[in-house]
Design a protein around this ligand. Structure first.
Ligand SMILES: C[S@@+](CC[C@H](N)C(=O)[O-])C[C@H]1O[C@@H](n2cnc3c(N)ncnc32)[C@H](O)[C@@H]1O
Length: 280
């Protein structure tokens, strides 16, 4: 890989966080796939378009974009080697010839002048130390008139899975949950900040629209608890308490998640901002 400036993110997504996402990719897709339809509708990919998928992870949206552009190409860009390995394997398994993947830091990866028609991202653009520089680099990768469509997480209060975790506040150190600002899940949770960052990066016609989707977190409350507690946020919280408290927190989360069991699954509603813009 060439330059990396987001070194902490690089370590996380090539460490425990990336390993969890790579191992549980089907589950993460089941959690997030409700956002694919609004994302692709906003991206309006044409049959011959070239598409850049930022923070593509295991490549679910890259493969969808490739199917929208049978005469074009979809390129996934991500920091995470284990997730890209899954991405390449899935593209091969689906016999998709018009997909490729690059490993790199979207903030500094050489994108300028590559003239993509469209840039997309499903929750892959919230982790930049310098978001204005990163989005300027992404914009420079588009042709003039090229479009961008990204989904980014809304605040913790608007996401049922985070509210479920927040119910464990008496047991786990949940302070700071939902803080916006630095790189991380909530860095673009404030639409005002999104406008500021994208305008600063040179995008025109920026629009931010609220979108909601139900995610499938597990087959039942026990299964969803095991998944959530094994995820990055879950592990981070458990690492700060003793074993007995951790076990109590798990049991409590099972009780909380019972309320979301419906039709053979735990389904929780997530909220995101659908962000669109144009490279003038
Ligand atoms: C929340 S995951 C989403 C993955 C995928 N888009 C999906 O929906 O399944 C965030 C992704 O962004 C990637 N990422 C974080 N910072 C990045 C950066 N600076 N450059 C490229 N990828 C980055 C991570 O490696 C991870 O794959």
């Amino acid at each position: 890989m060439q330059n990396v400036v987001n070194t902490e993110q690089e370590q996380a997504w090539n460490g425990d966080e990336g390993a969890h996402w790579a191992r549980h990719q089907e589950r993460w897709d089941a959690v997030n796939e409700g956002f694919d339809e609004p994302l692709l509708a906003a991206a309006a990919i044409l049959a011959d378009d070239t598409v850049l998928d930022i923070g593509c992870g295991a490549g679910a949206t890259t493969r969808l974009a490739a199917r929208c552009a049978p005469g074009g190409r979809a390129t996934g860009l991500d920091l995470s080697a284990p997730m890209l390995e899954r991405a390449r394997a899935s593209a091969r398994a689906e016999n998709l010839g018009n997909v490729d993947f690059e490993r790199g830091d979207a903030q500094v990866h050489p994108l300028e002048g590559r003239a993509f028609d469209v840039a997309i991202s499903r929750f892959g653009v919230m982790f930049f130390a310098d978001p204005v520089a990163a989005f300027a680099n992404i914009r420079a990768g588009l042709r003039p008139g090229g479009r961008a469509a990204f989904v980014v997480a809304a605040a913790a209060e608007d996401n049922e899975w985070l509210q479920a975790l927040a119910r464990l506040r008496g047991l786990l150190p949940l302070g700071g949950f939902g803080v916006t600002g630095g790189p991380g899940m909530f860095s673009l949770a404030d639409p005002g900040r999104v406008h500021e960052v994208l305008a600063g990066a040179g995008f025109g016609g920026v629009a931010v629209e609220r979108v909601e989707a139900d995610g499938r977190w597990g087959s039942d409350a026990e299964d969803a608890t095991a998944f959530l507690m094994g995820s990055g946020p879950g592990r981070h919280l458990l690492a700060q308490v003793d074993e007995a408290t951790g076990q109590r927190a798990r049991r409590e989360l099972v009780d909380v998640l019972r309320a979301y069991e419906r039709d053979g699954a735990v389904r929780m509603r997530s909220t995101a901002w659908l962000v669109t813009g144009v490279h003038p």
